[in-house]
Design a protein around this ligand. Structure first.
Ligand code: FMN
Length: 221
């Protein structure tokens, strides 16, 4: 019989010891600017793995899926993530090109949500990002087969060895992983949640409208 967790969970507090004040009225017009500020503040405040987020996708049957991944880059309005085209998330991103991202910086009581349409990066951008990966990550990407059942560990060990050897022998930039690519989530909506120690939480939503740019509104938390 399973143990009852509800009592244990009730005891857990919501940690927000460094919850900063957030003046939504003074927030920048561009939410990407605010995102970058909050990300840098999270790192400065010692939030571990502040660039790690939840990436939510949808499959062709409309079923949601989510997993933790790293943020590879952010520009104008796209948040860039890396995913193998053959992995479940890669197939979902390719076939149902919409996604949501969630960043949670617990120490500061902050959450950022991003929703938008998805597009694959151009080859050059993917190639440049691939070169920035660690040798280990490039080796893993070359072998790929992410999320497949692990039946043959000897085969995998050989494949990783061969891939590592190939990367060592070739010039930088000469080897690419055919299934590994960057995907851009074009933010159409972003939301910033700032928890407050007294419970006066602030929730600011940005919505992008064609021709009018970003509009903001406060939401009841
Ligand atoms: C801290 C952390 C960071 C991760 N970063 C990535 C990442 O950047 N890219 C990735 O493909 N998987 C990453 N993963 C693994 C994913 O959560 C997931 O297990 C994997 O991508 C397979 O997902 P899928 O089956 O939905 O395709 C990370 C996991 C953790 C715990």
């Amino acid at each position: 019989m399973r143990s009852e967790l509800s009592g244990f969970l009730t005891e857990l507090s919501w940690p927000r010891p460094q919850a900063p004040a957030f003046d939504a009225g003074a927030a920048p017009a561009d939410p990407v600017v605010l995102f970058e500020r909050w990300l840098r503040e999270a790192v400065a405040a010692g939030v571990p793995a502040a660039h790690v987020m939840t990436l939510a996708t949808v499959d062709v049957a409309g079923r949601p899926d989510a997993r933790v991944t790293m943020l590879e880059d952010v520009d104008e309005h796209a948040f860039w993530v890396a995913a193998s085209e053959t992995s479940p998330k890669g197939k979902q991103l390719g076939r149902v090109p919409v996604a949501a991202l969630v960043f949670h910086w617990a120490q500061q009581g902050r959450q950022v949500r991003v929703r938008g349409s998805v597009r694959p990066a151009e080859e050059a951008r993917t190639a440049a990002a691939f070169e920035r990966l660690s040798a280990h990550a490039r080796t893993e990407a070359l072998v790929d087969r992410q999320s497949r059942p692990l039946h043959d560990e000897a085969w995998l060990s050989d494949a990783l060895g061969d891939a590592g050897e190939l990367l060592r022998l070739e010039e930088p930039g000469a080897v690419s992983a055919p299934s590994w690519r960057l995907w851009g989530v074009d933010a159409g909506r972003m939301e910033f949640f700032q928890a407050d120690l007294e419970g006066h939480h602030v929730r600011l939503r940005y919505s992008r409208h064609e021709g009018r740019g970003w509009e903001t509104e406060l939401l009841r938390p």
